[in-house]
Write a protein that binds this ligand. Structure first.
Ligand code: 8YV
Length: 312
């Protein structure tokens, strides 16, 4: 009987590496109830990759569980308080994905402002030859940008935008050391009022639920752009859809959605939306580093050592 469950979707490489540790694969936490009692009692570690809730009820199905090693920096799917109350260590995979997420955020912002999508469509459809190129786009360099959440990834985004000569403004839960000239704001709405474009990179979960409100979206206005690479739950998606449809917000570049992988069709079809399917860390290099860190954390706790990147 295995002491490790690999729950969620993994690449072949990660699945094989977890299997070599003796892990049994399960598609999602819902499948736990299908295991017999002896199999559940034998489980000591869970390698978790997914966004479905993993809470106290799931933990109680695994009475011998000692560690949940999350594949990803964001662990909002896991009820950490419930884990702590049961003596279960939770780990995540910070740092190794910072560059990829920041690259994607800035890449989406440029792609939206410069009209990559209509430009590509004009070439592929042949309309470039028959109708000419798409309408003029907007210049990215020098726009005033706001970072909502100046943590590790937020800082990487801000550093990249500085190289694009963008004045950087930010809001953060904790005071931050920043280069001279960056402007801190007391709250997210004050930040939105001060900038052209807002990059959302706060953690997910109850504390940030709906933080990007209708008022914040309206503050960005018809020339503004919202970029979200954190969690769909942070944005009032209904307000966003209405603002985009009515032209009250210039555009949105979203890698994350509330009901992902399902996306509200009303939102998905809008021409001023640049949507991607949560690929912020989805490169061969970064996913390999995330998988390796996840397995090191798992193995450390199961061997009675401290994990590299604990959450609780
Ligand atoms: C993950 C993410 O790679 O790390 C996170 O928090 O959102 C992604 O980059 C993805 O969720 C893997 O499941």
């Amino acid at each position: 009987m295995t002491g490790i469950l690999a729950i969620g979707r993994y690449t072949d490489t990660d699945r094989d590496a977890l299997a070599a540790m003796g892990a049994r694969a399960l598609p999602d936490p819902g499948a736990l109830a299908g295991l017999d009692e002896a199999a559940r009692a034998a489980v000591r570690g869970v390698a978790y990759a997914g966004h479905a809730p993993f809470g106290g009820a799931e933990m109680d199905l695994l009475p011998g569980l000692r560690v949940i090693a999350n594949f990803g920096v964001g662990y909002d799917a896991i009820d950490v308080a419930a884990a702590s109350a049961r003596g279960i260590t939770v780990t995540n995979t910070p740092e190794v994905l910072n560059d990829d997420v920041a690259d994607l955020a800035v890449g989406m912002w440029i792609a939206l402002l410069r009209g990559f999508e209509p430009g590509i469509a004009a070439v592929r459809s042949g309309r470039w030859a028959t109708e000419g190129g798409p309408p003029l786009a907007r210049k990215a360099t020098g726009r005033t940008v706001g970072i909502l959440g100046l943590g590790r990834i937020g800082r990487e985004i801000a550093d990249r935008l500085s190289a694009f000569k963008c004045p950087v403004h930010y809001w953060s839960r904790h005071p931050k050391e920043t280069p001279p000239g960056w402007t801190a704001h007391p709250d997210p709405l004050a930040l939105a009022r001060a900038v052209d474009d807002l990059f959302v990179i706060v953690v997910g979960g109850p504390d940030t639920e709906g933080m990007v409100s209708a008022a914040i979206i309206d503050a960005l206005g018809p020339e503004g752009v919202l970029v979200n690479v954190s969690r769909g739950s942070v944005v009032d998606e209904g307000a966003l859809t209405r603002a985009l449809a009515e032209g009250r917000l210039g555009g949105a570049a979203l890698d994350v959605f509330r009901g992902e992988p399902s996306v509200d069709p009303e939102l998905a079809r809008l021409g001023n939306l640049l949507p991607l399917p949560h690929i912020d860390s989805a490169t061969v290099e970064t996913r390999a580093a995330m998988g390796a860190l996840q397995r090191r954390n798992l193995a450390a706790v199961l061997a009675g050592r401290s994990p590299e990147t604990p959450v609780n």
